[in-house]
Design a protein around this ligand. Structure first.
Ligand code: F6P
Length: 559
């Protein structure tokens, strides 16, 4: 038998095991009956967000014991190490300094002898200059026409963050700027790109190649297709523009590798650089956020940074017991490790947050989907749960059936803005939309209540046959934003980033690497060579061989 890990030997961990046994199967409705002021007791606010953890299946004692675990794991010290730029990304031996990207210009953060803030703000200034040229119609394509469409080519962190935020903040487009549409193409199969290439004008289209490594095959294969599409249409006999001009005017590169951008053909003046110490899934705050700045303008982009910075300050300064990221993390630890709830659903009640769950899937699962501790031991406890989600109102008509009556225990995060539509000019439309907002919040609050109470949500409920019964007792968190603004969205994202970090500290895993994606990339490369050469499959397993041969057979059928 391998010895127990340091975490499961901790006194606070053992105390939690005993506490969980003592709680037994106590139903959430009992916890509410025993403690009528749970909302006040379990709700905390910061940076425009209110976090209600009252519907977690826990008691004040549970929270105290979890806070003791956090102290034993030195979460306060770990917060300082992260924000001060220590090399918390152990396997890659570097800091994880996404928080430096949102420090105000007046701040200073000296890491290993260098103040990082001036370089961060130089990049922001370069972004601002590019945004200004595009917003005034001064950035022209090779034939002299102003750029009208920008297509971001990137995947994972170089796609999901900007995609999610541009969608969430589409109401914040600045007025009076030259019309510009921003699009995203990520999939290596080219489906999204093929659609854009079919309808965009090459003369007025600019591509942003976003890739921290500038080696990601998904992005580079889309980029090659885009480059050839442009060159074929703008340099041919008919239009006759020089290839170098086309490359210069139709591509921006964003990467931590300037040499690779240059080798690919991105003009020096159109490169935006960031740093190895920013993880891909934590990178929307800097140059990777260019599409965000293009949609919402640089002032709103800076508000997004300021909101995240407000959460960073709260994270550093607030007591553990009032610290939103810490509390959110501890609720997660309680669910996963003590209540054995391994599924987590993200349910925003605001259509603007359509891509928030997809964004969090990468943030949480690529960060904490790990099973080896810092000193190389296999963990003997669960880490990141399976996380997925969808807009709550739509999910009500899709998978809520399972949440209410299925056999899986699931914890849910409900996310909603308190106020909406105040700025709609037409009074009648405003009144309708506000009514829709109220309806949406009613659904949000009703769902968490039914998940919690089950049948007893109905005061006068008759006895029902078993297929109409609801057992309840499914825990949830509700996160309210005062309004959805650049600042509150920044704070919301930073909240989850820090939650992930706190959980990783307690689980003793590295949230800043992603070695689990590497083997698949290597084997895909080998497989692609086999597919292209039409040989080499013999030594493979029977299933893979069968699939490869089926592809060759399909290829052979092409007329
Ligand atoms: O393969 C996973 C990953 O490395 C993610 O961590 C990253 O966000 C994505 O690929 C894209 O990487 P890059 O920005 O280097 O193209």
């Amino acid at each position: 038998m391998p010895s127990a890990s340091p975490l499961s030997r901790r006194p606070a961990w053992r105390a939690l095991v005993a506490h969980r046994e003592a709680l037994g199967e106590t139903h959430l409705k009992t916890l509410f009956a025993e403690q009528p002021d749970r909302y006040r007791a379990f709700t905390r606010s910061a940076a425009g967000l209110t976090l209600d953890l009252a519907k977690q299946r826990w008691t004040p004692e549970t929270r105290e014991r979890l806070l003791a675990l956090a102290r034993e794991a030195d979460v306060p010290g770990a917060i300082g190490r992260l924000l001060d730029g220590e090399r918390v990304n152990i396997s890659e031996d570097r800091p994880a300094l996404h928080t430096a990207l949102r420090l105000p210009e007046s701040a200073s953060l000296v890491v290993e002898g260098e103040d990082l803030v001036p370089a961060v703000h130089r990049t922001l200034a370069r972004m601002e200059a590019m945004v200004a040229r595009l917003h005034t119609g001064q950035w022209r394509g090779a034939t002299g026409k102003p750029i009208r469409d920008v297509v971001n080519l990137g995947v994972g962190g170089s796609d999901l963050g900007p995609l999610m935020v541009t969608h969430a903040l589409a109401d914040f487009r600045p007025e009076g700027v030259h019309g510009l549409e921003v699009h995203f193409a990520s999939t290596m199969d080219g489906s999204q790109l093929a659609d854009y290439l079919g309808r965009l004008n090459p003369e007025t289209t600019l591509f942003v190649l976003s890739s921290k490594s500038f080696t990601t095959i998904d992005t580079l294969s889309n980029a090659r297709t885009a480059r050839d599409w442009l060159l074929a249409r703008l340099t041919g006999e008919r239009v006759g523009m020089p290839a170098a001009l086309v490359m210069r005017q139709h591509f921006i590169g964003v990467s931590a590798s300037p040499e690779k951008m240059r080798d690919w053909g991105i003009a020096d003046a159109h490169q935006l650089e960031f740093w190895e110490w920013v993880g891909g899934r934590y990178s929307l705050w800097g140059a990777i956020g260019l599409p965000i700045a293009l949609v919402v303008g640089m002032d709103h982009f800076r508000e997004l940074l300021a909101g995240a910075h407000a959460m960073d300050r709260h994270f550093r300064e607030a007591e553990l017991a009032d610290n939103l990221p810490v509390l959110l993390a501890l609720a997660g630890i309680w669910n996963v490790n003590f209540l054995d709830i391994r599924a987590h659903s993200i349910l925003p009640y605001d259509g603007r947050l359509e891509y928030f769950a997809a964004y969090l899937e990468q943030l949480e699962m690529e960060s904490n989907g790990k099973s080896v501790t810092h000193d190389g031991r296999q963990v003997d406890y669960a880490t990141c749960p399976v996380l997925w989600g969808q807009l709550g109102p739509n999910a009500q008509h899709a998978f809520y059936q399972l949440l209410h009556q299925g056999t899986q225990a699931v914890v849910c995060d409900f996310i909603a803005p308190l106020r909406r539509y105040d700025e709609v000019e037409d009074a009648a439309t405003r009144a309708h939309l506000k009514e829709q907002h109220r309806l949406t919040l009613a659904n949000c609050f009703a769902q968490s209540r039914v998940l919690m109470l089950g049948d007893e949500a109905l005061a006068d409920g008759d006895a029902q046959p078993s297929h109409k019964r609801y057992r309840g007792n499914q825990p949830s968190t509700t996160l309210l934003l005062e309004r959805l603004t650049p600042a509150t969205l920044g704070a919301l994202i930073a909240l989850y980033e820090h939650k992930v970090y706190v959980q990783a500290v307690i689980w003793d895993i590295n949230p800043f690497d992603q070695w689990g994606v590497e083997l698949g990339k290597r084997i895909a490369g080998e497989t692609e060579r086999i597919l292209a050469r039409r040989r080499g499959q013999e030594a493979m397993d029977d299933s893979s061989r069968g699939l490869i041969e089926a592809f060759w057979a399909a290829e052979a059928e092409v007329p």
